[in-house]
Design a protein around this ligand. Structure first.
Ligand code: HEC
Length: 459
């Protein structure tokens, strides 16, 4: 008996751990692993959302023919858990949109590779998933910007474009995705909701070359930077504003149905939670264009919205919390920056996003609750500018008024950081990606149920 189990263990080992951990007396004999029956379903479910023609990944994995040449790299990418991309520490928090493969799926791909990447019987192949052109969701409605010409002469511009929704009633948005018109020039795009009567004022502000320019900022062309002589505060938590420029708190509320950032997919909020777009509101597209093609490029970025199909209980908004006063010295490979913000009201925590630029190395946020206990709520140990994910909590929870959110980021401004455009530069806050930012965003919901309150704007 013992000998037989020992033998089975050897067999299991020989198959790359495929049957390890099953713990059975008599595991089924190892069957042949084929693309059609075993591998395609894994790729369809976990990979082709990006790995299909004209999407963000460099190659399509929709068919056997397309997949076969990549088998070795696919095996490596999944065994090392480089794919699907995910940067949250698996030991901190559980997330709804965690795309990591199960150990069984990894073993299957591993075994497929080791046993000769067989195609198998065509009758085993499940139907391929169908996607809308470019979209990762199926929008109920799409709002494109009017065609915008991005001049070949410009390298970094923030454009503000206002698109009317013409909604005749309040609408609840469950999921949203911002689709760049031309990925060569759209560096990022944030879409926020602006009530109709505020649009004229906003447009005026953004037209003027002084928009957002106070005594701590200056502008070159259409982008903002922090002045070199602004106070230097790396430890925002030791400063009265928590990291904001003097007189301005580190955190504020923004209503953002959708954002496009490198590696950021569509956002689908848990059922019962949705964002409200009031009747008649406008969508403000803040688009960061960066044209390195040296020719004029036309862009029509759009946002797709999926309306809530189930009753909405709680309305969503977002705190954006920043340190805007740091100074990262040249060649510093581990520069620490913090921000602090104390919640002015009870909220239900829904999702976290960390935002830095190329020098971002890691980010961790700790919540210190009014009763004194504290916990790390988000940890991104290896931040990657190319993969800026939003982490949606599996279990939403109440963060009481008075909870202090302490975010600690590290920046690598050394030559060791392969993405660093210039280690010899000292860096302060700036909109261009080759300057820096340090932001933690908390998507939250109002704990007060929607039907108990009148439809009013957030404060
Ligand atoms: C969210 C989108 C996305 C998903 C989901 C995704 N990939 Fe990728 N993948 C990319 C992008 C973008 C790249 C190229 C940039 C990079 O390597 O980070 C890439 C690169 C790769 C590479 C090339 C790595 C190399 O060394 O050249 C392989 C192999 C790969 N993916 C396999 C997979 C497999 C297998 C899955 C599913 C288990 C998967 N990917 C899921 C977006 C994705």
């Amino acid at each position: 008996m013992v000998a037989r189990r020992f033998l089975l263990a050897i067999v299991a080992l020989a198959f790359g751990g495929l049957f390890l951990g099953a713990g059975q007396e008599n595991p089924t004999p190892p069957k042949e692993v084929t693309y059609n029956r075993d591998v395609a379903p894994i790729l369809y479910k976990n990979c082709v959302v990006c790995h299909r023609p004209n999407n963000i990944a460099p190659m399509s994995l929709m068919t056997y023919k397309e997949t076969r040449p990549w088998a070795r790299l696919i095996r490596e990418a999944v065994v090392q858990r480089k794919m699907p991309p995910w940067h949250a520490d698996p030991n901190v928090g559980e997330y709804l949109n965690d795309p990591r493969l199960s150990d069984v799926d990894i073993s299957t791909i591993d075994a497929w590779f080791r046993t000769g990447t067989k195609e198998g019987d065509a009758r085993d192949l499940p139907p391929a998933p169908v996607f809308g052109e470019g979209w990762h969701i199926n929008p109920d409605i799409v709002f494109p910007i009017p065609e915008f010409m991005v001049s070949g002469a410009s390298q970094d511009e923030y454009e503000y474009i206002y698109v009317p929704t013409n909604f005749t009633e309040d609408k609840w948005v469950q999921a949203a995705e911002v689709l760049p018109g031309d990925r060569r020039v759209v560096h990022h795009a944030t879409v926020s909701v602006i009530e109709a009567d505020k649009v004229a004022k906003k447009e005026e502000e953004n037209k003027g070359s002084n928009a957002g320019v106070d005594k701590y900022h200056y502008r070159t062309g259409k982008v903002l930077h922090l002045r070199q002589d602004a106070p230097v505060v790396d430890d925002g938590c030791s400063y009265p504003t928590g990291g904001g420029v003097p007189g301005k708190e580190s955190g504020y509320v923004n209503i953002v149905p959708g954002i496009y950032l490198p590696g950021h997919l569509a956002e689908t909020r848990p059922s019962g939670y949705a964002l409200r777009i009031p009747a008649g509101a406008y969508l403000q597209f803040q688009i960061h264009y960066s044209n390195h093609t040296s020719e004029d490029v036309k862009d029509r970025t759009s946002i797709g919205l999926v309306f809530a199909k189930e009753p909405v209980k709680h309305e969503i908004a977002q705190y954006e919390i920043w340190n805007d006063l740091f100074l990262i010295p040249p060649n510093d490979e581990n520069h620490r920056v913090t921000s602090c913000y104390t919640l002015p009201k009870d909220v239900i925590a829904l999702a976290y996003t960390g935002h830095m630029h190329f020098r971002g190395k890691s980010m961790k946020t700790e919540a210190i609750y009014p009763d004194g206990h504290h916990e790390v709520i988000m940890n991104v140990p290896h931040y990657d500018f190319r993969w800026q994910e939003t982490y949606f909590l599996k279990k939403q929870f109440l963060m009481p008024k008075g909870t202090k959110l302490v975010t600690t980021a590290y920046f690598d401004n050394s030559v060791n950081n392969a993405q660093n455009p210039d280690p010899s530069r000292a860096l302060r806050w700036g909109e261009p990606s080759d300057e820096e930012m340090m932001g933690f965003w908390l998507q939250f919901a109002d704990p007060k149920p929607v039907d108990e309150k009148p439809a009013v704007a957030h404060k």
